[in-house]
Design a protein around this ligand. Structure first.
Ligand code: FO1
Length: 339
């Protein structure tokens, strides 16, 4: 299938960002501030979602919503800025569960989402509503409206994702990951339509954890297939810099799973799906050994200017990759692309 994206699509087409929470949200914000906001579509991981204290919690979705709305707590990386914790303190006094911190402001989104879902509406419906309420003009959607839940296999058992990530602080060694429900889950119709859109300008896989955060997407067969067949260039921004993860447990998990912490491993993870990889300047020596087009730049995003600059560079790179259609088709013929 041709990767040719017309000139018109390049200047006006939509960009799909696929992301998890904190790391991915930073680049999503850069794209939001760089592109015309209605040109950005963000599909978010829901494998981290869970039911807690009777509420439906979608941590990555909320991180992206809060980040694009400018109300996220930038230091913590999750939850809302100017947060207070009276509910948690009172819950503790009552002997309730306090291992997962729900701030007073943050509570509102969980209560409303739970109400929507109980009324029979979908998570997509709720996110569209929440984005409108928060004044966000990009389209944000969950990867699926079905239940997909991440489980972490550790020595002697298995933990639901948030028990591993928050309660156990990622301390247990990861032996395997399981995305319950993914085999049968349908990606949202809007996500499939976006991937099938011939005018789609680019798909950007944000620098989220490729195993924990992007793994649930790739575990849905229909999504994998749609990504493989999308005519838009698929660009991966590596979350690895000089053998370390920018944030979070990516490097630790890779080591525990026996995967070298290199950009080659990231390329291998997305083999058959990615058309280009963005790596950090500090890893420029790895570029020559990678078997797909590579952009070497500064991938660390410390401030807003970094987020916007990286977003612009990623889009320019995607346009260049789309223009190198011949190289892409020959790679495909060499058997690079898998469904
Ligand atoms: N992360 C923590 O490390 N500790 C928490 O208590 C915590 C609470 C929390 C509440 C709402 C929310 O949307 C996110 C929250 N997170 C918390 C972050 C979140 O669980 C993880 O960062 C993601 O699931 C991993 O992407």
């Amino acid at each position: 299938m041709s990767k040719r994206v017309s000139k018109a699509a390049r200047s006006t087409g939509n960009v799909l960002a696929i992301c998890g929470g904190v790391g991915g949200g930073k680049l999503a914000l850069g794209l939001y501030l760089t592109l015309a906001p209605q040109r950005l579509i963000v599909a978010v991981n829901t494998g981290d979602d869970f039911e807690h204290l009777g509420l439906s919690i979608s941590p990555d979705v909320d991180t992206v919503l809060y980040t694009l709305a400018g109300v996220a707590d930038r230091e913590r990386g999750w939850g809302r800025a100017r947060e207070t914790w009276n509910f948690m303190a009172a819950l503790g006094e009552m002997g309730g569960e306090t291992w997962f911190q729900l701030g007073d402001r943050d509570l509102a989104i969980h209560v409303e989402r739970t109400r929507f879902l109980r009324e029979g509406k979908t998570l997509s419906d709720f996110i569209a509503h929440a984005a409108r309420q928060l004044g966000i003009s990009a389209r944000i959607m969950p990867m699926t409206d079905d239940n997909v839940r991440t489980f972490v296999e550790i020595d002697g058992g298995e933990l639901p994702f948030q028990r591993y990530f928050v309660e156990r602080r990622c301390a247990p060694a990861v032996r395997a990951l399981r995305f319950a429900g993914a085999e049968r889950a349908r990606p949202t119709t809007k996500l499939l339509e976006t991937l099938a859109d011939p005018a789609l300008r680019a798909v950007v896989i944000c620098p989220s954890n490729p195993y924990l955060s992007i793994g649930p997407f790739l575990a849905m067969p229909e999504l994998r297939q749609a990504l493989a067949h999308s005519r838009a260039p698929v660009i991966v921004v590596s979350p690895i810099i000089a053998g370390q993860a920018v944030k979070g447990p990516t490097a630790k998990i890779m080591t525990e799973l026996g995967i070298p912490v290199t950009n080659e491993s990231i390329a291998a993870r997305y083999r058959g799906l990615a058309d280009g990889l963005v790596i950090d300047n500090r890893d420029s020596n790895e570029a020559a050994g990678l078997d797909l087009p590579v952009l070497v730049t500064r991938t660390r995003m410390l401030d807003l200017a970094d987020r916007k600059r990286l977003a612009q560079e990623v889009i320019t790179f995607a346009d260049e990759v789309a223009a190198r259609e011949n190289a892409v088709s020959s790679r495909r013929h060499a058997g690079g692309r898998r469904a």
